[in-house]
Ligand binder design. Sequence first.
Ligand code: HEM
Length: 133
Amino acid sequence: MINEELSPYEKLGGEAGVRKLVDRFYDLMNTLPEAATIRAMHPADLSGSRDKLFKFLSGWLGGPQLYMEEFGHPRLRARHIPFAVDETARDAWMLCMKKALDEMEIEDPLLKQHLLHSLFKTADFMRNQPDAQ
Ligand code: HEM
């Protein structure tokens, strides 16, 4: 058979899996004390944030490019300029994402490692503040 390789999107369970990941991510951001500062940067109602991150990750993981179709190029770094993203904010974002990924049933052992590595690089690129001394 040709092309048996599944995309990360498919390995995470397609649309339902990516929605579950994003929902857990924001539920964790809502409750973890370490995430209080980044939670406060978001609107009180997280439904728009959930929708946008779901649509972005869908394409980023190799599924349908839902974010691009609706909003155009993500320009992620520019879109984060209004928020003070320093090392602590980056690490809080990654903590929520790591815990959310830990709860997913992922068969490919390398996939989680690979996703965390790529997400860290993206989160690190979003930094726009000097680090606290
Ligand atoms: C590094 C720490 C990060 C912080 C503190 C942060 C914070 C935020 C905040 C406050 C918003 C606005 C939410 C809203 O308008 O509903 C936002 C939007 C967004 N973030 Fe992040 N973010 C971070 C990293 C990331 C990463 C790593 C990704 C992608 C992998 C990402 C993807 C997005 C997307 C797609 C949006 C929606 C952009 C839009 O269309 O307005 N963020 N982020």
